[in-house]
Design a protein around this ligand. Structure first.
Ligand SMILES: [Zn+2]
Ligand SMILES: [Zn+2]
Length: 345
């Protein structure tokens, strides 16, 4: 079978490799489509950390279960159409540690990361699969990571008492995660101010359903006007999908008292840390939290929302498997609006 392998940093090769065999509680999935995520660019180019080569790549996929390993029949059957990856964390979690029991298997100390779905076949842990209803087509594959991450970040708001009806800002709203974020936040009942840069992107986020679209350069002025700000008032939460430190700082400035900054986009290490003014932070009662993909139950909830037609993927580029390097390049250069997918077979 064919599989994408990074043999040298910066370039993906499609190689002939043996078809894998499913082990205990594992299944073999015949991959239909995969999503190319921005983090694939960072991994291929080693922007975040050094990974020894060669290594397989890809963590968003939809496919059909073709073969069952022992014990997996409890969870799926042959012929099931499934979504897999869980944003790169859907390989294994223990289910018994404090983090797993708290619903955060992404923090499980025995978890295993998942990479390598850019392949004709992939072996995966059956418990990490979510079955797809017919309403969800194969092009919805970026729900597996981008969609899940956006969903989990917005669900976090209720932990801080920020419920339906409140106004939130989504920064980086026109990106892959942001466009899901808008739809999910609207479906959950929030009022959404979408922030991005340039008229084209603002036009796009209006189509996605924001209540107000503002350019990042105008955001502080506009939000203050919106809230008739004389003193300190602003949005209840800022969710920053843009992987820029400047986006975190803008998100913080837009918050009203008791507001929550949720940071999601991971900037390149070279951007360094971001600064927080302790006086403003304490006196205004702010919270800062991060969001790292999501869990299996959140994946199921998101699949339900998508099946109801409330969340739809904007696919900006559909490529063939052989076009993987071109698509990665276009992603890195910011040429793709929405998400990129590859048709594997
Ligand atoms: Zn991803
Ligand atoms: Zn665990």
């Amino acid at each position: 079978m064919r599989a994408a392998i990074v043999e040298e940093i910066g370039k993906v090769s499609i190689k002939d490799v043996p078809k894998p065999t499913p082990g205990h509680e594992e299944v073999l999935v015949k991959i239909s489509t995969v999503g190319v995520c921005h983090s694939d660019v960072h991994v291929v180019k080693s922007h975040w950390m050094k990974v020894p080569t060669p290594f397989p790549i890809g963590h968003e996929a939809i496919g059909i279960v073709e073969e069952l390993g022992p014990g997996s029949e409890e969870f799926v059957k042959i012929g099931d159409r499934v979504i897999l990856g869980l944003g790169g964390w859907g390989k294994y979690w223990c289910g018994a540690c404090e983090h797993c029991l708290a619903g955060k298997p992404m923090l499980c100390t025995r978890r295993k990361g998942l990479q390598g779905v850019f392949a004709e076949y992939f072996v995966v842990w059956a418990k990490a699969l979510v079955k797809l209803p017919d309403e969800i087509g194969n092009n919805e594959v970026p729900l597996a990571c981008a969609g899940l991450t956006a969903y989990s970040a917005i669900k976090k708001l209720s932990n801080f008492g920020i419920h339906a009806g409140k106004t939130i800002a989504i920064i980086g709203a026109a990106g892959g995660l942001g466009h899901y974020g808008i739809q999910i936040a609207k479906a959950l009942g929030y009022k959404v101010i979408g922030v991005d840069i340039g008229p084209e992107k603002l036009e796009f986020i209006k189509k996605m359903g924001v209540d107000l679209a503002v350019d990042a350069n105008e955001a502080i002025k506009t939000v203050r006007k919106q809230f008739k700000l004389g003193v300190i008032k602003g949005v209840s939460a800022s969710i920053v999908f843009a992987s820029k430190v400047a986006g975190f700082e803008l998100g913080l400035k837009l918050l009203g008292r008791g507001g929550v900054l949720v940071i999601v986009g991971l900037p390149a290490l070279s951007e360094g840390p971001f600064s927080v003014d302790p006086f403003s932070f304490i006196l205004r009662g702010l919270h800062i939290t991060g969001a790292l993909v999501g869990n299996i139950e959140e994946m199921r909830e998101l699949v339900d929302l998508a099946a109801d037609g409330k969340v739809k993927t904007h696919v900006g580029r559909i490529g063939k498997f052989s076009e993987i390097n071109e698509v990665l390049e276009e992603l890195e250069q910011g040429k793709i609006v929405g998400r990129a997918i590859l048709e594997i077979q």
